[in-house]
Design a protein around this ligand. Structure first.
Ligand SMILES: *Cc1c(COP(=O)(O)O)cnc(C)c1O
Length: 227
């Protein structure tokens, strides 16, 4: 990818907000989480300079490498990937919202390292084995146990079914119902390819990478070198 200039990035942000509106969402009520995973720190810096506030990372080592470069900014880091307990301690001072909490022992470690932290419970609504998340049936119990630990459980997160966006819709509707039943306000669902379906089903936060920053240049999990 050539350097990401600010006019290009601002135009893409506008286009994503228009897609949210066209899908029936209120662009002011649907949070745009910019997913910088796989890109070098310069992309996170460009995003912050363009006024984007919420940035998401999947890999602990990438977040740990980028966050120190953005300390002067307004950025709020969201952790959205599979997480091992032994990474929680290093991430704890940096993470604003832990979105991928899918089991009690992980929540317990977060509660230990970052008491009262804000979390989302990740739910697998598509029954695809490769997707993270607890099952819909275990979700109420996981939420209740995390609340008991003193965590601020703000909502639920899911990754839509792979394939045509229409096929992800039923899963998004299921996440919405689950969140409503548990009286949780945040529904983090929808990515570059399926955000319309997610917004139509009541997403309050879309997580968008490639539609903002272009194709990811690097192998996931590896920290790209700044150019
Ligand atoms: C990579 C990723 C995204 C963003 O994906 P794009 O298709 O680039 O928008 C959103 N959520 C999660 C959990 C991801 O891993």
């Amino acid at each position: 990818m050539t350097a990401l200039d600010q006019p290009t990035l601002l135009a893409r942000v506008g286009a994503v907000r228009e897609r949210i509106a066209a899908a029936g969402g209120d662009p002011d009520a649907v949070t745009l989480l910019s997913v910088t995973k796989g890109f070098g720190p310069e992309v996170a810096i460009a995003a912050a300079a363009a006024g984007l506030v919420d940035l998401g990372e999947n890999y602990a080592q990438e977040l740990l490498a980028k966050a120190p470069l953005l300390t002067q900014s307004h950025v709020r880091w969201h952790f959205i990937g599979r997480l091992q307990r032994n990474k929680v301690r290093a991430l704890a001072p940096l993470v604003h919202l832990w979105q991928s909490v899918d089991r009690f022992d992980l929540g317990a470690e977060i509660a230990r390292r970052a008491p009262g932290a804000s979390v989302l419970v990740q739910v697998n609504v598509s029954d695809e084995v490769q997707k993270g998340g607890c099952s819909p049936s275990e979700t109420p119990d996981v939420v209740a146990r995390l609340v008991d630990l003193g965590l601020d459980v703000r909502g639920l997160m899911t990754v839509g079914r792979t394939g045509p966006p229409d096929e992800a819709r039923a899963g998004f509707a299921r996440l919405r119902t689950l969140a409503d039943d548990l009286e949780l306000p945040v529904r983090s669902m929808g990515m570059s390819s399926d955000l319309e379906a997610a917004v139509a089903e009541g997403s309050t936060m879309v997580r968008v990478g490639s539609a903002l920053f272009g194709p990811r240049p690097s192998v996931p999990g590896r920290v790209p070198r700044p150019r």
